[in-house]
Design a binder for this molecule. Structure first.
Ligand code: GTR
Length: 389
């Protein structure tokens, strides 16, 4: 049912640039109270916190950061398809709160011959992780490339945090750890829970001597990219955030109503966002923010946005425009050098001047080996050129 509903939505969406409304985009540098934001201090004390607060209230829901205890237990699977390249362990993250607990398996591959701590890439996966790992041809989680280039590759399946399912989404941390969230119109739902899960993976990285948690990227594709952005915005321990084809509710500007719209996403995936987000169905122009503000809230930490030309449902042009607007925070507030294409156009090469990266590849909606290779080129260049970001 969801699938056919989705197809219908995709076919009847607007893909005509001439029908995109005239955009009145909220100014990044004017606070909700009308104050001009000029300095790093204004940005960090006033603007960034109020932006994140507004996204929490109206869209992704509040992200509870408290829990009572977390324990880690490692298992070493006998079957490691990447055995010549990497050591493989599954860490069971056991998080407890108010007498209940949730176990989240975190799969971690570390380069075999590496001695010192290595940078890490975490994928938030809505695809079955066991299959991603077993199928060495599948590059959605390109373990060979990531580990081959000297990074640790980590992934968890959102199923163990909040199942990606309209009926079952609460059968995870929303039941075991944070039941009160379900009563709140601005409570956490699916995407917020996935962001929370990635933060727990970071709690683990912080204490694994094999991992350099100061060089850590949180990565997601599409719905996972939406969660990655929300995670990066809320948790400054991530030095890099990479959202691949994250579209509506991710990097793309909502006000363009191109491809997927707020109403469509709230109808087909009512469990992704907080209840308040329904208020904006068909009324994107009344949102107190747009998605460029979410990207901007990552500054000065590194952000990478990638799109695919045929992925019109995710509005690749809206993602580009959003990143371009957001990059002014990096340049005007933090004085960083930014290099982005002048116009929305095919940009097969990554751009790495400063802390903002981008590519637009040909082809369809997917996370591919090509995407990983561009992103890892960028990550590598960032580490070399800006070792402390
Ligand atoms: C679509 C959904 C998008 C995107 C995508 C995906 O059906 O409308 O927002 O999240 O799924 O995750 O691949």
């Amino acid at each position: 049912l969801v699938f056919s509903h989705c197809l219908f939505a995709q076919q009847s969406a607007n893909y005509d640039e001439s029908k995109v409304p005239d955009l009145v985009i909220p100014d990044l540098f004017v606070s909700f109270e009308g104050r001009r934001i000029k300095s790093i201090e204004d940005w960090e004390k006033i603007r960034r916190p109020e932006i994140i607060q507004a996204f929490a209230d109206q869209m992704y829901g509040h992200l509870p950061k408290d829990y009572d205890q977390m324990a880690f237990e490692a298992r070493f699977p006998a079957n490691n398809p990447y055995g010549n390249l990497a050591d493989y362990k599954i860490i069971e993250l056991k998080v407890s709160r108010k007498g209940n607990s949730q176990i989240i398996p975190l799969h971690l591959f570390t380069p075999k011959l590496q001695k010192g701590p290595v940078p890490v890439v975490l994928l938030i996966s809505h695809r079955a992780v066991d299959q991603l790992i077993a199928d060495m041809e599948d590059q959605f989680f390109d373990i060979q490339q990531i580990v081959g280039r000297g990074y640790a590759a980590a992934v968890f399946d959102v199923e163990y945090v909040s199942p990606d399912d309209k009926e079952r989404f609460a059968d995870g941390i929303l039941k075991t750890l944070y039941p009160e969230q379900m009563q709140m119109p601005n409570g956490m739902r699916g995407l917020g829970s996935w962001a929370w899960g990635a933060m727990r993976a970071m709690d683990y990285f912080e204490q694994d001597p094999m991992i350099d948690h100061t060089k850590a990227a949180v990565v997601g594709h599409s719905r996972g990219g939406k969660a990655a952005l929300w995670c990066g915005a809320n948790d400054s321990r991530w030095s890099v955030t990479y959202a691949n084809e994250s579209g509506c509710g991710g990097a793309a500007l909502s006000r363009r109503k191109f491809g997927e719209t707020v109403e469509r996403i709230n109808t087909v995936f009512p469990y992704w966002f907080t209840d308040n987000f329904d208020l904006y169905n068909g009324k994107e122009e009344t949102l107190p923010f747009d998605q460029h503000q979410l990207i901007a809230s990552l500054a000065p930490r590194t952000v990478y946005i990638a799109s695919a030309m045929e992925d019109l449902w995710a509005d690749p042009k809206g993602e580009y425009l959003s990143l371009k607007l957001a990059s002014t925070t990096y340049s005007q507030i933090y004085g960083k050098q930014i290099e982005l294409p002048e116009e929305y156009e095919f940009s097969p090469h990554f751009h790495h001047k400063g802390s903002v990266g981008y590519h637009l590849r040909s082809g369809k909606h997917d996370l591919t080996g090509e995407d990983w290779s561009k992103f890892l080129d960028f990550f590598e260049a960032s580490l070399r050129l800006f070792p402390i970001f």
